[in-house]
Ligand binder design. Structure first.
Ligand code: CU
Length: 82
């Protein structure tokens, strides 16, 4: 799971596809400031907890699965308010 800056999930998802053969080694997380927080790649029935400080700036942040191609359907919005 990757949490991105607002309006960045599509771009980060496309970047994860472009990682190509390096993707698995990088947990399919592209190196870009648009990625705010992320988990490692999780296998079925596994879980991971992460802790982060929500951004100060209000907005509609996005979260999605960065496994190649999944960002198109495995995604949601994280609303940060004042
Ligand atoms: Cu997925």
């Amino acid at each position: 799971m990757v949490i991105t800056e607002p309006n960045s999930a599509n771009e980060v998802g496309q970047m994860s596809i472009k990682l190509g053969i390096n993707g698995e080694r990088m947990n399919y997380v592209p190196v870009t400031p648009k990625v705010l927080f992320h988990t490692f790649l999780l296998q079925p029935n596994k879980s991971e907890s992460i802790y982060f400080t929500a951004p100060d700036k209000p907005g509609l942040y996005e979260y999605m699965c960065s496994y190649p191609g999944h960002y198109m359907v495995m995604r949601g919005t994280l609303k940060i308010e004042k």
